[in-house]
Design a protein around this ligand. Structure first.
Ligand code: GRF
Length: 217
């Protein structure tokens, strides 16, 4: 099965992205920078945050992209159902075709997932399925693994659990601190997230069960 975003050809308009984030937005910046290249087959239509003063919104504005704050409601780790529909409506109004989570600190529930089937992706700072959840670089360091990394994956109802699109490995050094390890993971994230978006936009990704197959020709 070919993943939902339609194949890109030279005649096809750029894939419209909606980026969701709650924090610094360095991955969003990498996506914005990639989209600024004329040959890149995607564009950011809107950046949405649940945090009003998040730096990710500032990054969007600086890039000339619409920045939207939608307050999350009363829950701490998810959006209220009505708010979830506000997010969906905002993304649909802007004809978003692929939703990219970039440090969005809330779990998306079925109402959101159903609105964008197979069209939500996330970046996670570990080699999944190892170390899902929060602060994965600390988990990796505390566990004592010698290699960790990052993963771009489709989002499903599980936590950091959907089919894996791309991964990059990062060695754990003996003198690593959580900060130094996170920094090197971030560098790889900024490389593979735009690459995964490019592959999706160009229709080079298909899903067979849990396996995502990348056609690189
Ligand atoms: C990244 O480490 C990403 O893997 C995780 O959240 C962090 C977001 O960082 N999902 P940034 O806001 O993109 O700098």
């Amino acid at each position: 099965m070919t993943a939902a975003p339609a194949p890109a050809t030279s005649a096809r308009p750029k894939l419209r992205l909606g980026v969701l984030g709650s924090g610094s937005g360095s991955n969003c910046q990498a996506i914005l920078d990639a989209c600024a290249r004329p040959e890149f087959p995607a564009q950011v239509a809107v950046v949405v945050s649940d945090v009003e003063n998040a730096r990710i919104l500032e990054r969007a504005r600086q890039a000339g992209v619409e920045a939207l704050h939608i307050a999350p409601g009363k829950f701490r780790t998810k959006l209220e159902p009505e708010v979830e529909q506000q997010y969906v409506a905002a993304l649909r109004e802007r004809q978003v075709e692929l939703v990219c989570l970039a440090g969005f600190m809330r779990v998306l529930k079925q109402g959101f997932l159903n609105a964008f089937p197979g069209r939500i992706i996330n970046i996670h700072p570990s080699l999944l399925p190892a170390f899902p959840g929060l602060e994965s670089w600390k988990q990796a360091l505390n566990y004592g693994v010698k290699v960790t990394g990052c993963t771009v994956h489709f989002v499903d109802a599980g936590i950091d659990a959907g089919p894996i699109i791309l991964q990059a490995a990062v060695p754990v050094l003996d003198d690593d601190t959580p900060e130094s390890l996170h920094q090197r993971i971030h560098e790889q994230e900024h490389r593979i997230y735009p690459e995964a978006i490019r592959l999706l936009a160009e229709g080079k990704i298909s899903i067979e069960g849990r396996r995502v197959v990348v056609c690189r020709q």
